[in-house]
Design a protein around this ligand. Sequence first.
Ligand SMILES: NC(=O)c1ccc[n+]([C@@H]2O[C@H](COP(=O)([O-])OP(=O)(O)OC[C@H]3O[C@@H](n4cnc5c(N)ncnc54)[C@H](O)[C@@H]3O)[C@@H](O)[C@H]2O)c1
Length: 252
Amino acid sequence: MVKILMHGCNGKMGRIITELVKNDENAEIVAGVDTYTQVPNDYPVFDSLDKCNVEADVVVDFSTAAAMDALLDYCAAKKVPVVLCSTGLSQEQLEKVKETSEKTAVLKSANMSLGINLLLKLLQNAAKVLAPAGYDIELVEKHHNQKLDAPSGTALALADSINEALGGEYHYVYDRSQVRQKRDKKEIGISALRGGTIVGEHEVLFAGTDEVIEFKHTAYSRSVFGKGAIEAAKFLAGKEPGMYDMSDVIQL
Ligand SMILES: NC(=O)c1ccc[n+]([C@@H]2O[C@H](COP(=O)([O-])OP(=O)(O)OC[C@H]3O[C@@H](n4cnc5c(N)ncnc54)[C@H](O)[C@@H]3O)[C@@H](O)[C@H]2O)c1
């Protein structure tokens, strides 16, 4: 049974994970930390990490970038592995994540879903075959109307994965309205749509002559991220210090 400390336990993702873990025989939340404490929980909740006196095998974090420094200090001092899911970390914080990974195991991923992480791998294979054969690569992502950033971090991660497989020679184009010219062969077009309550759609098109191959991932609820985070926590508990990502969890 893996004992989880849920950091950001009363947020949207924290609550989803709390419900998922209730039905998981191999995991248990032993404590939560959240600055907002007005949610009834079956486990003790502390309003700061300093006050938390419960031992855990692993921390799962879905909080905010502002909470990162204190969290990383805590995990390094306690030598407790951490699954970092909060997004929007600064360059300095990313450096601190690396330093922390010298003292304890850190798994960081901008998208915890199994499907997206599988797609990251599949796209590399497709790109290696299709790009040299002259196929154009376009990416379309759709999200709800409350999302602030565009394109999504996941869209960029998909494009980076493709670009890495192609030797880093491609550049990204986000807006075609300002320049009247044909697309370059070595570009990946990235388009972002915003509306309603769309949880998250990512579609990658390889468009060739008389043929289009499409890869599409649709998230219907946020629980896909929660499930991935719990699997990551089970994987990371007891691991040696170092940086890990979801590709270590998903064995292909
Ligand atoms: N990696 C992924 O797959 C993935 C998926 C969904 C969301 N996210 C990211 O996870 C984070 C949380 O998402 P959410 O939708 O649950 O947000 P949310 O705003 O609903 O929840 C965040 C929670 O963190 C708490 N919090 C704030 N400061 C804190 C602190 N100093 N210590 C402890 N808790 C603190 C808040 O009170 C809140 O309850 C965001 O950065 C989001 O972008 C990542």
